[in-house]
Ligand binder design. Sequence first.
Ligand code: HEC
Length: 100
Amino acid sequence: MKYLIFALAFSASAWADEPSQERQQELRNKLEHDCGSCHGLTLKGGLGPSLLPEALANKTDDFLVQTILKGRAGTAMPPWEAFITEKEALWLVQKLLKKK
Ligand code: HEC
């Protein structure tokens, strides 16, 4: 019983770090369809700039997360905070940077 509680607590903390598998799939779809409509289907750039790892390499995670959540005033980049949490934006950034 003690071990079961430990296992549950452990998996709950692992969950807290990342969106659920289902949500990860939704975020991947969003990246392709919503983000891809401006950044290109393969994220190489279009109306919006390239989001490939090379293009983002010298920018901080926090700066990129804030860009996704708040958008960029005066540009076509819209804010996504109504649809994506900060944790999810960080997951997306790490995915874009291929850290995940
Ligand atoms: C309507 C078009 C549009 C959509 C949709 C869009 N973006 Fe953007 N995005 C832009 C533009 C334009 C910029 C460049 C802003 C600038 O000039 O600083 C940008 C910039 C960015 C940057 C910063 C890149 C850098 O080099 O600093 C990130 C990260 C980003 N977008 C992620 C996303 C993500 C993730 C999504 C989907 C959730 C998304 N964008 C959807 C137009 C868009």
